[in-house]
Design a protein around this ligand. Sequence first.
Ligand SMILES: Nc1ncnc2c1ncn2[C@@H]1O[C@H](COP(=O)(O)OP(=O)(O)OP(=O)(O)O)[C@@H](O)[C@H]1O
Ligand SMILES: [Mg+2]
Length: 365
Amino acid sequence: MNNMDSDFTKWGWKENPFVLKIDPKLFVGYNEQVNAVLNHIKNKHRVALITGRTGAGKSTFLKWLETNYDTSKLYVSKPPEKSEDFVRVFTDIFGFSIWERILRKRPSLYNLHEYINKKIKGEHLVFLVDEAHETNKEVLEWLRVLTDQIDNVSLVMAGMPVLEDNIKKELETLDQRITTRINLISLEKHEIKELIKKRIEDVGGKGIEPFTEEALEKIYERTGGFPREVLKFCNRLINSALEKNLNVVDEKLIEEHKEIKLPKVRLEEPVVTFMPKPPTDEQFRDLPLKQKMILELLSNKDWLTPRAIVEDLELRGYKTKGHAIRSINNILKRLMLDGYVQREARGKAFMYALTPKVKTLFVES
Ligand SMILES: Nc1ncnc2c1ncn2[C@@H]1O[C@H](COP(=O)(O)OP(=O)(O)OP(=O)(O)O)[C@@H](O)[C@H]1O
Ligand SMILES: [Mg+2]
């Protein structure tokens, strides 16, 4: 599948820029919508709703939000349907105190808010829920109750346009609480150019090369500025330019591509990520050595499992590797809650990386 990769070098690319990955730093446009949601969060409003059809950029938008505002953010790629899984989204992040462990106190759906309030201690939490159209009335009700009962939370839900109708029909109480409604439709012509340019430059290319300005016009016309369609169309154009050994993608090549198909791209496993509020510079300086070593490692590697960290640091003094992993796991959790690292979980697998602010601290030092 990747044997074409080397061909991209003729434009100076290290890989194909038009794969359908979600990368918040490649986010462009939607300025009005961005401002609306940022205001919503800044003013600590409760419920915001983002709708858009498939490929409009809802997930990208949420992931961008996750990295662009200094408050804790919890993202779920899909609302959990079972109550235990819903509770676990929070307990996995915030964990249990020694007391809670001794008394075996585990929150249920009905006292989850008490547990969360205790853990976030009045700090603002932004709860980002993707694919919210895939859920049912019951889960929407949990979300409503939770946003009512947590002291300081903003819920941002994203989903297909039916979500808005479903909420209106099934749960008026939630509908009435939505104070910000945003619709992602498509990007404008200059934003499409920026999207393409950003992707090309991100893989080492120059500007919009090999696309001509006229080609961009045509791409915009054909796709209606619809982000996923733009990426898919660019991908096909690039591959056909490679096949035909052409150095530019111009109108003529576009003429040869008539139809646009719409295959579905879906994530298999639900993903839960946590982006904490970053630490202050002083807190960072006063960190113990082992913590610093872990952060240093993450600053070079990005996204590691606790096991990979243990293997890389060759930590001594633990009885078994299992002990070492558990210990590193606890340290990572602490570092996460204190704002040094962010976490991504797919099923039971946890991966850690530095938060953007801490990453810049490492680059500076
Ligand atoms: N504003 C944007 N700037 C840059 N790239 C974008 C933007 N919006 C979407 N994209 C790109 O388009 C593709 C589709 O976006 P995304 O997956 O966020 O859409 P979605 O609305 O979540 O779709 P679905 O409903 O199928 O989950 C992604 O590869 C994403 O990187
Ligand atoms: Mg999505």
